[in-house]
Design a protein around this ligand. Sequence first.
Ligand code: NAI
Ligand code: MG
Length: 333
Amino acid sequence: MRKITLIPGDGIGTEISRSLVKIFESAKVPIEFEVENAGLTVYKQTGELIPESLYKSIEKNKVAIKGPITTPIGEGFRSINVSLRKKYDLYSNIRPVKSISGINTKYENVNMVIFRENTEGLYIGEEKFEDKEKTSAIAIKRITKKGSTRIIKEAFEYAKKNNFNKVTVVHKANILKITDGMFLETAREISKQYKDIELEEMIVDNMCMQLVTNPQKFQVIVTMNFYGDFLSDLAAGLVGGLGIAPGANIGDDIAIFEAVHGSAPDIAGQNKANPTALILSSIEMLKYLNLNEYAKKIEKAIFKVLALPNFKTYDLSGNVGTKEFTDKIIEFL
Ligand code: NAI
Ligand code: MG
């Protein structure tokens, strides 16, 4: 049995994690979850947002799956997601975006994967006022050769492994000539090592327009932290929204898989959450662990359920509860 750290999280996190555990048990996945929580619930009980035992568990198991976490608003509270990414140098934020049969959206046959640089760019948290009166402020964006190289390499390697023949690099190098310029130049250099993969260069504003007019033309997308944040949520919207969008944060040593959505306090505890995003993330995790047989088994079952007419969760305009949705997946396993 492989041990994996499970961080249930806050709000709907409890409900969707319960769903995940039930499905893994029914599918007889050879994984044992070590449950260690973090977030607001834990903070209220212990005064700590991330307990030391959670760090220990992640460092021991190397792989974790995480529900959404509420970061308390206020001075001194750093987002837990950002903290974990930084501490473990999880530089690739990977978001597969794929049309799902049975989920009605304006777009069909979308199949792309977004690679967002996760550790630098505009999100390094270096901001300051420039004057005593606080009427002017700046934020620093940091792009490094090392940071750019590793995420762009990941994107190309992924394309190669999964038979995609194009990687789109998204930038604004026409304005940010030094920072984005370096990222773009790095992409050009790396692409030379991949003869069968085309490098497409796209300025971020044009990218937004292209994504909503013709999303089918994209395969693998690689970009910096800031643009990747927005583009990946936009892309999730193309195929049915946050309730079905999986994600992963991967470094050289440690990987944390997570749903993209937040803790949804508006529906928490009401049996209304869609567990799909977390389950699809767990399928990505199984592939990462080379447990492909189980990944396929669960994938088949959940796609069957999602394809059922008149069997939709609340976020997809239906009235099927988290529990009922989960039980149906188990029935199909
Ligand atoms: P949110 O994603 O929690 O909710 C946005 C809307 O989508 C809500 O109407 C919610 O009901 C719905 N929704 C989200 N996930 C759903 C699901 N699985 N099934 C059905 N409906 C779903 O975003 P919001 O409201 O901006 O943030 C709420 C809290 O979550 C905040 O404290 C925020 O910090 C935290 N958050 C945590 C994230 C993480 O841990 N990765 C990511 C984003 C937000
Ligand atoms: Mg975001």
